[in-house]
Design a protein around this ligand. Structure first.
Ligand code: 48N
Length: 325
């Protein structure tokens, strides 16, 4: 084939994916007939001549990979990284995305499905309880609930999680990398924070495919990737294969002497403590949600989720404070 007439840089630019404007589905809403939009209503019952538009397999592959690798390139330098897309991490991402559309926000989630422990209430029951004033966040995001006086009930926990998740995913400045694990933290010397040993500032995260992270013991030399960011919010929860990741790493890198460990269940004490103490633990690293209970020795609250949502809001506020310093 003749050598390309354009430079490699121009070729890269052509390959660089410029997302087309997302078609506004709302434009079809006014066509509603029989409860469905008119085009869908007209499709039903007429399947004999039905067929999809033609496609070639490589087109599908390129549609996925161009976007993914364009995102990897773009978010390699992020303003804020959130580790863990549970109820706290997603609430932080929502709040940050809304307050600071100018910031480039990356969410890293080890699971294939984001949401952490918030797809169900307690003991796999469906309903999710949030104590007031967490109903303020539910109204902000648009999650319907039943008002029971001092607390509210979302009829299915997945309604909360899917609503917050959908709003976060629709934001132009937030990117979710799921099935991806943060397996270390990027650090820089920080002489101002000499608590124990040489102080460090957190300057980003080290990532790998979760399935790779789970097999370092039986397959060596699967090196990671990196994302630089001046601020990291860690909301990796208290349990699960990677739970409390960042605080455990701070101990192993001698930035924390020890973890106090999560205490027994006390709803009254636990939720106030988690929200009030969501904070910057070492320069550049903010911890929220149940991961925080592992540092502070806070009680667990069991199946109430208001503290997760509002800890996420507070973590977002802290992250903006640190970012704007
Ligand atoms: O839901 P979690 O585990 O954590 P939170 O803090 O958002 O919410 C906690 C909440 O679900 C409770 O535990 C409730 C209130 N119960 C309390 C109690 O007393 O029992 O979400 C953490 C997310 C998960 O999706 C993990 O997969 C993910 O973080 N994760 C990671 N993602 C990327 N890299 C990692 N290293 C990592 N570690 C955890």
């Amino acid at each position: 084939m003749a050598p390309s007439a354009i430079s490699p840089a121009q070729q890269h630019a052509q390959l660089a994916f410029a997302p087309k404007k997302v078609k506004d589905a709302a434009a079809e809403v006014e066509d509603r007939a029989a409860g469905l939009t008119k085009p869908l209503a007209e499709m039903m019952g007429n399947w004999d001549d039905f067929s999809f538009a033609p496609i070639r397999e490589s087109t599908v592959s390129r549609a996925m990979t161009r976007r993914y690798f364009a995102d990897l390139d773009k978010y390699a330098e992020s303003d804020i990284v959130i580790i863990g897309a549970g109820s706290c991490g997603l609430s932080a991402a929502y709040t940050l995305g809304k307050l600071r559309p100018d910031l480039r926000i990356t969410v890293i989630e080890a699971g294939v499905s984001p949401g952490g422990g918030a797809w169900l209430g307690g003991q796999l029951f469906s309903a999710m309880v949030m104590r007031k004033p967490a109903d303020v966040f539910l109204r902000e995001v648009g999650v319907p609930y039943e008002d029971e006086g001092d607390y509210v009930v979302v009829k299915h926990a997945a309604l909360f999680t899917s609503t917050v998740l959908s709003k976060v995913l629709a934001m132009d400045n937030v990117k979710l990398f799921n099935a991806t694990t943060v397996e270390d933290l990027i650090t820089r010397p920080d002489p101002d924070s000499e608590d124990i040993g040489p102080g460090v500032r957190i300057a980003g995260v080290v990532t790998n495919w979760t399935l790779v992270s789970m097999h370092h013991d039986d397959q060596s030399c699967m090196d990671p990737n990196t994302i630089n960011a001046p601020v990291v919010i860690s909301t990796t929860g208290h349990d699960g294969p990677f739970g409390a990741f960042s605080v455990k790493r701070l101990v192993s890198m001698k930035q924390l002497e020890q973890l106090e460990g999560m205490r027994g269940l006390d709803m009254q004490r636990a939720e106030d403590a988690i929200v009030k103490n969501t904070r910057e633990i070492v320069p550049g690293l903010i911890v929220g949600g149940m991961e925080l209970s592992e540092i502070d020795g806070a009680n667990r609250m069991g199946p109430t989720f208001g503290a997760m949502a509002l800890s996420g809001v507070k973590a977002a506020e802290e992250a903006i404070r640190v970012f704007d310093l």
